[in-house]
Design a protein around this ligand. Structure first.
Ligand code: DC
Length: 231
């Protein structure tokens, strides 16, 4: 069976990674979380004193870019890829708030993006990959055979995010705070100078506001089959 490249882009908290992971599992493809790579660079900056609170020593980071090695290795138990920074598993650490609140600063630096895009393109060279992010269909794999752009009503995304926070024991954060944060991130993602989030002309739009996970998976597999059948 001919292998293709699948790009999944879209707004924060749309369930992109759950969807991309599920699709990759269903069709036996490799899943790559490109956001994890920007998060790993951010974690490196925190570990190496490149942040003074929220102020980044961008010149220092550019000098050290060659010292940052990011890779993914499969966790045998979960069968999911985990993120490694210079040989150390950082899958948990890169999801914490210290990283989340700084990653947009790091991911806006052109040199960081160029290095990550080169690595992502290398990872996808043999196809058979589902990669999710913000610029996968536009910059990383402009020739991807299947591009999905995911969106959902901000209020529904905020509700989903709030449920996730509550399930992790966060009883403090309010719906309004979550909604405000989402809107800010949407704005930053769409307006940054370097590789802003935008729908590729040939992307299929998936608004999953009112879809169950099963309905969404069925739709994704249908799109995948259509592309593969047409090759
Ligand atoms: O998908 P995520 O929330 O884990 O992504 C973390 C951050 O990285 C987010 O602020 C957007 C940025 N990002 C990016 O600029 N380009 C990508 N391809 C993926 C993520």
């Amino acid at each position: 069976m001919k292998k293709i490249t699948i790009a999944v882009d879209g707004f924060s908290s749309c369930g992109k990674s759950t969807m991309a992971k599920g699709l990759a599992h269903e069709i036996g493809y490799i899943y790559i979380d490109s956001g994890a790579m920007y998060r790993a660079v951010t974690y490196y900056c925190l570990q190496n004193g490149l942040f003074d609170d929220k102020v980044l020593d961008a010149a220092g980071l550019k000098k050290q870019l060659d010292n940052i090695n990011i890779s993914f290795r499969l966790n045998e138990e979960t069968a999911l890829p985990e993120t490694y920074l210079n040989g150390v598993n950082v899958e948990q650490e890169i999801r914490n708030m210290d990283v989340s609140s700084r990653v947009s600063i790091v991911s806006a630096i052109p040199e960081v993006r160029h290095a990550m895009v080169a690595l992502q393109q290398e990872m996808g060279r043999q196809k058979g990959i589902v990669m999710d992010g913000r610029d996968i269909g536009t910059v990383v794999f402009p020739d991807a055979e299947l591009k999905i752009f995911v969106t959902a009503d901000p209020k529904i995304r905020a509700e989903r995010r709030l449920l996730e926070l509550r399930s992790k024991g966060d009883e403090q954060t309010t719906f309004e705070e979550v909604l405000q944060n989402l809107k800010e991130r949407d704005h930053l993602d769409q307006t940054r100078a370097e590789s802003p989030l935008k729908q590729a002309d040939d992307a299929l739009v998936l608004d999953n506001s009112h879809l169950t996970r099963d309905e969404q998976m069925q739709w994704l597999v249908e799109q995948y089959n259509k592309v593969v059948d047409s090759l």
